[in-house]
Write a protein that binds this ligand. Structure first.
Ligand code: AMP
Length: 318
């Protein structure tokens, strides 16, 4: 939290001064255009979004969408960079979606670091930031939900957050119809979510190619997450055990160890590090169905566990 709010104050100034320095070397007539090209357009209403998208599409440019809830870190930035390789124009949405939080969850305290987020996206040369408010996304009388099955009812996150995937599918469905992107980037960090969104886009013929991106980790292996700021120093020191345990289990499975025994060993490592496990499961990487043996793979190991009051999720391939 502390690091984020410090960035919030300093980062936009850094970006402004960087673009000013660059602009000073150019003829005056070009400077405005240069300054503009380094700052993404920021839109908050649907008519403004439509106008901005029409502009971006003027030369039939392909559009990539990176949906986020803000509090951006290097994981989000990796999605933006991948998006730039897949499409000429990149739109990033920043919307903390109340529909995917249960009343007991952290919607009101979810980290919000708007200024730092805009600075990061400016530095990445993002074209457009779509930042609607709750009333724009869910106007009075809003009464529709996208209900997903298949990967959304695999018995992983859905077992512990029953409200979650309807909230995610509904907001992503709206973002897709609002922005009509050619491709959309999602992190493997939220592995079940990636499968749910890909399934929904296909089932509803939304015309969007959903692309998964590898998980970006801290140097000690902890998967980057906006919620990592909740960890106390002791919890932060213990947290990389989650990834270490999964890697160790994956190694044993690749070496041919018995699946149940390897999973039990991995679960022990996780709880020994101070986590309370929600689940640690070996699933089929495509369908997320339970799996009995490595030969029925490809396998994905998926974990959700609480340390103190913070719930972390992570996954690795075998
Ligand atoms: P969020 O803002 O947490 O809703 O995440 C927005 C997107 O970033 C989702 O597609 C996430 O899966 C992705 N994401 C979050 N953390 C990471 C990470 N450490 N590495 C790669 N992608 C991530």
């Amino acid at each position: 939290m502390v690091a984020d709010s410090r960035l919030g104050g300093d980062a936009p100034a850094l970006v402004r001064s960087a673009s000013r320095l660059w602009a000073e070397k150019l003829p005056p007539a070009l400077t405005d255009r240069v300054a503009m090209s380094r700052s993404p357009m920021i839109v908050r209403t649907l008519p403004a979004l439509r106008r901005a998208l029409d502009g971006l599409r003027a030369k039939k440019a392909a559009i990539a969408l990176v949906p986020t809830m803000g509090a951006l870190h290097d994981g989000h930035v990796s999605l933006v960079r991948l998006a730039k390789r897949r499409a000429a124009k990149v739109v990033v949405s920043i919307f903390v979606n109340p529909a995917q939080f249960a009343p007991t969850e952290d919607f009101s305290s979810y980290p919000r670091t708007w200024k730092a987020d805009v600075a990061r996206l400016a530095a990445e040369n993002v074209d457009l930031i779509w930042n609607p408010d709750v009333k724009t996304m869910y106007p009075a009388g809003f009464a529709t939900k996208i209900l997903t099955e298949g990967p959304a009812t695999a018995g992983l996150e859905d077992r512990f957050r029953p409200h979650f995937f309807a909230g995610v599918a509904t907001v992503v469905g709206k973002l897709f119809t609002q922005c009509r992107p050619d491709v959309a980037l999602f992190g493997e960090k939220d592995f079940q979510q990636l499968r749910v969104v890909a399934q929904m886009a296909r089932d509803l013929d939304l015309g969007v190619r959903v692309i998964g991106a590898p998980t970006v980790r801290e140097r000690d292996g902890l998967a980057m997450s906006s919620r990592n700021v909740y960890l106390s120093p002791d919890e932060r020191r213990a947290a990389p055990a989650l990834y270490r345990a999964m890697k160790e289990t994956a190694k044993q499975l690749r070496a041919g160890d018995d699946l149940a025994a390897a999973m039990a060993g991995g679960a022990d490592l996780i709880t020994a590090a101070g986590f309370a496990l929600d689940y640690f499961e070996a699933r089929h990487a495509q369908t997320l169905a339970p799996i009995e043996s490595v030969k029925h793979g490809p396998i994905r190991l998926l974990v959700a566990a609480k340390i103190g009051n913070t719930r972390l999720i992570d996954n690795v391939g075998v």
